[in-house]
Design a protein around this ligand. Structure first.
Ligand code: HEC
Ligand code: HEC
Length: 351
């Protein structure tokens, strides 16, 4: 009798134990779910794509990232190309973009005709990174009218523009193997895009204008804190030990882009920097406020850059972008305001 009762008591204690273990288990699961909820949310892509880190870092008005990762262009994969000769060509094009200096830099094996930058220094991940100045728009983008030259431009001309301005160098032959490989590679990157539709994430992000002029003085503080560790206090960057390519490219001085280059307009530089620098950040994980991005761009473009004869650029001055820093202009605003802003009044006057 006594034994039977004891057995029953033990059995119910065991049942209770199992129940407690079950409850603890359920509780842990619940806690885990709450902790990582955004990642588990299968029904809402927006939340799925955004890491909790970003949500803490970025203020609500700085909302570019909110819808940024939805339907963003993703570059096609070179591994899917099976035809060996086609693949070889594309890999060559990719290498020319990623390691341009090996071929055309001051120690280049084809010619020594550029400042030593790689195309990839500005067209990140060999021109595939969303908002990293990628080439998603190139395949269907050319030939097209460009206000800078006032002409219908071929893709060859556009590529050589970057050789002559961003790489402060010489144009490469239009009919050479290198030009063909670069174009083949860019067209491959655009093979999943549609004519007449700029894919989301292509090119450089257009940062909203500030209500004030960008400040080179503030920008110097940003530069010293967040950029100098790689690009050097003097902006000259750091070559790899082989002396052929940069580990950290020059951002001003004799080996940087010249005054005719796209990045010499601070809207381009600020948009590039905001979602790509310090190196490693993306549209999801920026580390600079918009103000810091504009200011550091103003600072970098106030430092010395090689000159270029751009007297033939913008033949129709009313087509000059409002942040092109050299006159003449079709309005009354000063060169200084065209360089640093505030841009809103200029834009308003243009309408
Ligand atoms: C110093 C930075 C820099 C370097 C280096 C650079 N580019 Fe560019 N490139 C730019 C900028 C800025 C733009 C214009 C982006 C814009 O206005 O949105 C551009 C635009 C282009 C475009 C037009 C893209 C389009 O969507 O229409 C092509 C093509 C291009 N570059 C090719 C090259 C090639 C090839 C190289 C290497 C030989 C190169 N770039 C090196 C900064 C650079
Ligand atoms: C951790 C190192 C690092 C830091 C910090 C860093 N960069 Fe860069 N930056 C790079 C690298 C590396 C590249 C070239 C990327 C490539 O080739 O893939 C680059 C490229 C650039 C370029 C385009 C190429 C050129 O030389 O003109 C600019 C402009 C630039 N960085 C500006 C900045 C600014 C502004 C900051 C600070 C807000 C910054 N970087 C912070 C490593 C860094």
């Amino acid at each position: 009798m006594e034994n039977q009762e004891k057995d029953r008591l033990i059995a119910s204690i065991q049942r209770l134990n199992r129940l407690i273990i079950l409850l603890v288990f359920v509780f842990i699961l619940l806690a885990l779910y709450i902790q990582f909820r955004p990642k588990f949310n299968l029904f809402n892509r927006e939340h799925q794509a955004i890491t909790p880190y970003v949500e803490q870092q970025i203020s609500p008005e700085d909302s570019a990232w909110r819808d940024a990762m939805i339907d963003t262009w993703i570059a096609p994969d070179l591994e899917e190309i099976k035809d060996p000769s086609k693949k070889e060509m594309l890999l060559y094009g990719q290498d020319l973009i990623a390691h341009t200096a090996k071929y055309f830099g001051p120690k280049g094996r084809i010619s020594k005709t550029t400042n030593g930058l790689n195309c990839q220094n500005c067209h990140l991940n060999a021109g595939t990174k969303p908002w990293g100045n990628n080439y998603a728009n190139v395949k269907y983008g050319y030939p097209k009218y460009r206000a800078r030259s006032g002409e219908i431009e071929s893709i060859q001309k556009r590529i050589n523009d970057c050789f002559e301005r961003s790489l402060n160098g010489k144009a490469i032959p239009n009919d050479g193997k290198e030009m063909k490989a670069i174009i083949a590679y860019m067209h491959f990157l655009g093979s999943n895009t549609k004519k007449g539709e700029a894919p989301k994430g292509s090119g450089i992000y257009n940062l909203p204008f500030l209500n004030r002029a960008a400040s080179p003085e503030n920008g110097k503080l940003v530069y010293d804190q967040k950029c100098a560790s790689c690009h050097g206090a003097n902006g000259q960057g750091q070559l790899n030990p082989d002396g052929i390519e940069y580990a950290y490219p020059a951002v001003w001085g004799p080996n940087s882009y010249n005054q005719g280059a796209g990045l010499y307009r601070i809207s381009r530089l600020a948009g590039y920097v905001k979602y790509n620098m310090p190196f490693g950040v993306s549209i999801e994980t920026p580390q600079l406020t918009d103000e810091e991005a504009w200011d550091v761009a103003a600072f970098i473009n106030s430092q010395e850059h090689p000159t270029k004869d751009i007297s033939k650029d913008w033949p129709k001055i009313q087509e000059k972008p409002i942040d092109h820093p050299f006159g003449p202009f079709s309005d009354q605003f000063s060169e200084k305001q065209h360089k640093f802003g505030p841009f809103k009044p200029i834009k308003k006057a243009k309408k």
